[in-house]
Design a protein around this ligand. Structure first.
Ligand SMILES: Nc1ncnc2c1ncn2[C@@H]1O[C@H](COP(=O)(O)OP(=O)(O)OP(=O)(O)O)[C@@H](O)[C@H]1O
Ligand SMILES: [Mg+2]
Length: 347
């Protein structure tokens, strides 16, 4: 028989104190009269004294002060209509977290107080952002591939006529025209390949990424004079599943970018390990870094800051990783370096 506990035996104070949700109780003067442990942990505060009897808005960002005060007032006047407020909160160590705030009435003897429940939704927000970026990238890729496809056909016929023309008469410009046309067709072919990798083409195989990463690195021999490379390849028995050539190209592109980001001397670290059902691959460099506004552009076809770059490298990387059910995250500090963190599911 299942154990039944009568409510009179439940220590409700403990229940609130150890609740996983962060809870404050606020009175009519907007002061925090109670804060449970989860809230101290959320804000990384040491003791309740850091929070008690302070105005609750001190811990909330300026943009939601008015709406929170308004809601507290409404709750204290027993006017229901409780809204959910999404915002950011600043922790005592300066870090920010995404939170969802709900305010509801709390009755203590004959007084009405407001309970403020704060939920940390940082992880949910990160997932939402990743999905959003992925969709954006997929649609940009589709548009680019569509245009490439449309331009490729007329250009191919121009190339055919040019060849016919060359047979009937010769002119030095005709050769130049042909080679320029070839370049344009190559670019379009590349774009088509990276923005819509034809997954039907190549079969899925088990890939030993540790072995592949080591052999990709050997292609950069001449760069190793100035750049020190550290390899930390663990858990090689865990194999990724997918199209080998697409993966080789993707990791080649990531490592190439890492080398290109270093002007003069520097370091690259390549890591491979398994954790919680995923293979993790990190490519870090001590290169120039990427500023915030450029981070948002990464993976967009033709986005490049290099004079010789095509800006298709990362498009291929992002598309390949996403098509294989993986994730990719980028962290960068201008002047210090960049880390690309790839996660691939192990099936
Ligand atoms: N590790 C990195 N460090 C600093 N910037 C980077 C790094 N990786 C990518 N970038 C930035 O992102 C841009 C786009 O990269 P991407 O690989 O798509 O194109 P590219 O390297 O410019 O050209 P391509 O790869 O086609 O030769 C780069 O031009 C560079 O500004
Ligand atoms: Mg590149």
């Amino acid at each position: 028989m299942e154990l039944q506990i009568e409510s009179k035996y439940i220590d409700f104070h403990q229940l609130i104190e150890y609740s996983l949700n962060s809870i404050w109780i606020v009175g009519s003067e907007e002061k925090i009269l109670y804060s449970n442990r989860a809230c101290l942990k959320l804000l990384k505060l040491d003791s309740p004294e850091d929070i008690l009897y302070k105005n609750f808005c001190v811990f909330l960002p300026l943009d939601i002060h008015d709406s929170c005060k308004e809601q507290v007032k409404r709750v204290l006047k027993k006017q229901k209509k409780i809204e959910l407020i999404e915002s950011k909160m600043i922790r005592s160590d300066g870090g920010t977290i995404d939170v969802e705030v709900r305010i509801a009435p709390f009755y203590l003897e004959n007084k009405i107080l407001a309970q403020i429940i704060i939920q940390d939704i940082t992880d949910r927000k990160i997932t939402e952002r990743l999905l959003n970026d992925r969709e954006k990238l997929a649609s940009i890729g589709q548009i680019a591939a569509g245009i490439a496809h449309e331009i490729k056909n007329p250009l191919t016929s121009v190339k055919g006529f040019l060849q016919l023309l060359k047979e009937s008469q010769s002119h030095p410009y005709l050769d130049m025209m042909e080679s320029e046309l070839e370049k344009a067709l190559d670019t379009l072919q590349n774009l088509l390949q990276v923005s819509k990798p034809d997954l039907a083409d190549e079969s899925f195989v088990q890939i030993d990424l540790c072995k592949e990463l080591a052999s990709i690195l050997s292609l950069f021999q001449e760069k190793l004079y100035n750049v020190e490379v550290e390899m930390d390849l663990r858990d090689s028995e865990r194999k990724a599943n997918g199209k080998r050539n697409l993966f080789l190209k993707a990791f080649f592109n990531l490592i190439k970018n890492a080398f290109e980001s270093i002007q003069g001397k520097g370091k690259i670290r390549i890591e491979h390990y398994y954790k919680n059902g995923w293979i993790h691959i990190k490519v870090s460099d001590t290169g120039v870094g990427i500023s915030g506004d450029k981070l948002k552009m990464l993976g967009t076809p033709f986005f490049s800051t290099k004079s010789e770059g095509t800006g298709l490298g990362l498009t291929q990387v992002f598309t390949t990783i996403h098509e294989h059910g993986g994730n990719i995250r980028v962290q960068s500090i201008v002047g210090e370096g960049t880390t690309f963190h790839v996660q691939l599911p192990v099936k």
